[in-house]
Design a protein around this ligand. Structure first.
Ligand code: ZN
Length: 452
């Protein structure tokens, strides 16, 4: 009798557990289905005129986002940028000539004397020059100052404004109190009751995009989620560690779908989400990528960049047609005999090859984020007049900073699939744009036009 009762209890418990697992799995799968449907709708290019995901002819896009700590002198910074941005021959051979940007810091941490207020006026001069050229596009926090207060932010912003130095990307640094992220980077910069509060001034200065500490090992953001999203983390050279990494990444996605806020960006693996800072201001938060096998965020050095942007990453990125913003510190090179080690030079040359062959669009973090924003919220329509297509762009319906009329420069790279490239006219508002590039069919066999 007692045995029977016990068996019945076990049976009921087992049944309830199975039902609970089934319910959670169903909720998870329904969410994934909805996320993927939204991606397919966004990528829909079957209609006569359609917005292409990336600038012609690219299949995917990458920015390398390098935190400046670790770069100790302006000479080192200049040598790194010369290799990245030019094809000049220097100590490391010919440069790769890519649009790869960098960041700056205002008050120097101990690992980085190269900073705006380092005391060496040459540092500030170099930083200003690169900001104006668009090759420094990120403020890597205000830096490390033991008594940092709102006054220090005011001083920094006044200096930048007086020198016409505008950047729109913020990247949290280590665990410095002026950070804007709460949980992984322990910032107080957005807490109005903190002496370090500056988020109102910083957003007013022009910061639109913020990185608050979120990193993923998933290759290619803003693409549908499948088993391969997680299984492609597996690295046969490091089977056990990479299996654990896979499990962790899946757990973050799973928790996010069940409502966890810390991993909100892991819910859809979109490149960007609208986030609310602690003071109530809205901003665009973006996720960065680092799949180094020893674990998220252990690969952010110059040498390990070779792994993070290896052939495996580039091929998978093209396969999924995703965006990625790679997390690194190009100046963390104390384990290298050259400013950029050989294996990373090779990886960057391979990336340059992908760019030159029209496969992977490589640009600065700011340009990539602005392209994403404009592409996502572009308000446009078309009509057929006799045998011509007339495309009209009216606004960018920016949900955070408000709708705006884009300029030709804002729209650089925006590409429309059209039935015939030679029978298209394009207007921004009432103004016809003459400066368009008319493209031969791409790998989808469709013709297109691109705003230059
Ligand atoms: Zn840092």
């Amino acid at each position: 009798m007692n045995d029977k009762k016990f068996a019945k209890k076990i049976y009921i418990f087992g049944l309830s557990l199975a039902a609970a697992i089934l319910a959670v799995a169903t909720i998870y799968l329904i969410n994934i289905h909805n996320i993927n449907r939204a991606y397919y709708e966004r990528a829909h290019t079957k209609s006569a005129v359609a917005l292409r995901k990336f600038p012609y002819p690219y299949k995917a896009a990458m920015a390398i986002s390098s935190d400046i700590d670790g770069t100790t002198t302006k000479e080192e910074f200049l040598e790194i940028q010369s290799f990245l941005n030019t094809k000049e021959k220097a100590s490391m051979g010919e440069g790769v000539g890519l649009e790869i940007g960098n960041s700056f810091i205002v008050y120097a941490p101990t690992t980085c004397t190269f900073s705006y207020f380092s005391g060496d006026s040459g540092d500030a001069q170099v930083i200003r020059k690169y900001i104006r050229a668009g090759y420094i596009d990120s403020l890597h926090s205000y830096g490390e100052k033991f008594d940092f207060s709102r006054e220090d932010a005011i001083k920094a912003i006044r200096e930048l404004r007086n020198n016409r130095c505008q950047v729109d990307v913020w990247v949290d640094h280590a665990r410095t109190p002026n950070n804007l992220g709460d949980d992984t980077t322990f910032g107080l910069g957005d807490h109005p009751d903190s002496p370090a509060y500056h988020a109102d001034l910083t957003i007013d200065y022009g910061i639109k995009f913020v990185w608050l500490g979120r990193i993923t090992m998933v290759i290619g953001q803003s693409a549908p989620i499948s088993l391969r999203t997680f299984s492609s983390i597996y690295d046969s050279n490091h089977p056990i560690t990479s299996l654990i990494n896979m499990g962790k990444e899946f757990a973050k996605n799973f928790l996010a779908i069940l409502g966890n806020r810390k991993y909100a960006l892991h819910r859809t693996y979109d490149l960007v989400r609208i986030a609310r800072l602690d003071d109530g201001q809205k901003v665009y938060e973006f996720i960065r990528f680092d799949n180094y096998w020893k674990g998220v965020a252990t690969g952010a050095t110059s040498r390990r960049l070779a792994y993070v942007i290896s052939r495996r990453t580039l091929d998978r990125l093209k396969e999924v047609g995703g965006y990625t913003i790679v997390y690194t510190h190009l100046g963390k090179n104390s384990d290298c005999s050259e400013v950029i080690p050989k294996e990373t030079q090779t990886a960057l040359r391979e990336l340059a090859g992908e760019f030159e062959q029209g496969n992977i669009y490589v640009t600065t973090t700011s340009r990539l984020l602005n392209y994403y924003l404009i592409h996502s919220y572009l308000d446009w329509s078309y009509e057929t007049i006799s045998d011509e297509i007339v495309i009209r762009i009216s606004h960018v319906q920016d949900p955070v900073f408000g709708p705006f009329m884009p300029t030709e420069k804002n729209l650089r790279g925006i590409t429309f699939y059209v039935p015939s490239k030679d029978k298209v006219r394009l207007y921004i508002g009432d103004k016809e744009i003459a400066n368009i590039q008319r493209n031969q069919p791409d790998y989808t066999e469709r013709e297109s036009i691109t705003i230059k």
